[in-house]
Design a protein around this ligand. Structure first.
Ligand SMILES: [Zn+2]
Length: 404
């Protein structure tokens, strides 16, 4: 983009209009030659180049697209604990800037600040900080709210969550938080077999907060009962849940077989075998119920070394994060663009199915698909430009170029 051109346009029409032309994932599928126009943070046209009114074309600035480049909607990560040395559990305004800034360079345009199993006062603080951050103009990936991952878990499947702080599900904490910060909590992950869980799930349904299963020892039947109560999502499918056995299908079997439940997957090649991702994708992608997440912890974007997840020490070796004590996988060092690339190149998913798993499906879960999650006129200009190798070339959040 040249400065002169932009200045000239601003003089003529107030705000510049930007154009991207190339291979593009539109809501109806992959277009080999698509055109996208946006101004003042909003998409004003997405479709075939011939359909663009010449009045727009004549005053627009074209953004260069590399040969073989692909234009996709910005990624929405509903399960991410941190990055670039910081953890949402240590939330301060500076920490939130650092995490959202790092992930925005990796294609993430919106995310849920994801907490961990911790004492209530620690969770209080995370909610207060995220709420304060959201009340101002957010310069990087938009924090759409909080995902409470725990503390209502099974002590049998803590993963990297500190089992000392696991408690039984209770509505009273959630109701108190909802009153103090209306609409801030967007997802609650719990073990549906625990005492009090069904009551919490019913309450979450009433509040239109996603009730998700995770870190659970539930049987297939217990998950089915929870789905009847309103549970409709599963975090990091296959990880930290009862596995599929053909005579005892477990929580994983319920997630795979029940069309009422959407499913997250950590596509880093470490947490889940590509064949298991492929099975999940074949069952979930056509119903738009597959959700790509990172589950990234603080070491995402940094070198191997010693870190923490929540308050537990972690060693990262060759990009794999494990608890120092016991060696359980401790989140990932994944980013959305690496997960995107893995689904296309290693699992063999199409660009448009992968894009839906990374953008539109999580937007629908959050109830924000009317304003983001796909490239369509009227929506926010949340855009990722990729090169032929599916590396990041540019990211725009509400029309503003990140790092540009
Ligand atoms: Zn987890």
């Amino acid at each position: 983009m040249n400065d002169k051109g932009i200045a000239h346009l601003e003089k003529e029409s107030g705000s510049p209009i930007y154009l991207l032309r190339g291979k593009m994932v539109l809501p109806e599928g992959l277009a080999q030659d698509g055109l996208l126009a946006w101004t003042e943070g909003k998409i004003i046209y997405a479709g075939s180049p011939e359909g663009l009114p010449s009045s727009i074309r004549n005053q627009a600035v074209s953004v260069p697209v590399p040969d073989g480049g692909v234009i996709v909607p910005g990624f929405i990560d509903i399960h991410v604990h941190g990055g670039y040395g910081e953890d949402f559990m240590d939330a301060s305004q500076e920490v939130l800037d650092k995490i959202t800034s790092f992930h925005s360079t990796q294609g993430t345009t919106a995310m849920l600040a994801t907490s961990m199993t911790a004492p209530k006062d620690r969770l209080d603080r995370v909610l207060a900080e995220v709420d304060r951050y959201r009340s101002k103009l957010m310069p990087y990936a938009q924090l759409e709210g909080v995902h409470l991952e725990g503390p209502f878990f099974s002590p049998k499947w803590p993963g990297a969550q500190n089992p000392e702080h696991i408690v039984l599900p209770n509505v009273s904490w959630l109701a108190e938080w909802e009153k103090e910060y209306p609409g801030l909590i967007r997802q609650v992950t719990l073990a549906p077999e625990r005492e009090g869980a069904l009551e919490v799930i019913a309450w979450l349904r009433q509040q239109r907060i996603t009730a998700a299963l995770g870190h659970t020892d539930a049987t297939y039947e217990e998950v089915e009962r929870a789905i009847e109560a309103g549970l409709h999502h599963a975090v990091h499918t296959y990880n930290a849940m009862t596995p599929l056995h053909h005579r005892n299908p477990g929580a994983a079997g319920a997630v795979l077989s029940d069309s009422r439940i959407s499913a997250e997957v950590i596509a880093d090649g470490i947490h889940v075998h590509p064949a298991a991702i492929s099975i999940l994708a074949q069952l979930k992608q056509s119903a738009d119920q597959l959700v790509l997440i990172t589950d990234a912890m603080s070491a995402a974007g940094l070198e191997d070394g010693e870190y923490k997840i929540g308050d537990l020490p972690v060693i990262v070796k060759e990009g794999v994060a494990r608890l120092k004590d016991g060696g359980a996988l401790a989140g990932s060092t994944l980013t959305m663009i690496r997960g995107f690339r893995y689904l296309v190149q290693d699992v063999g998913m199409s660009l448009s199915a992968t894009s839906r798993a990374a953008s539109l499906t999580p937007a629908r879960l959050l109830g924000i698909d009317h304003r983001t999650g796909s490239l369509a006129a009227g929506k926010q200009a949340d855009i990722v430009l990729l090169n032929q190798k599916l590396g990041i070339e540019g990211v725009w959040i509400k029309g503003r170029m990140i790092g540009g």
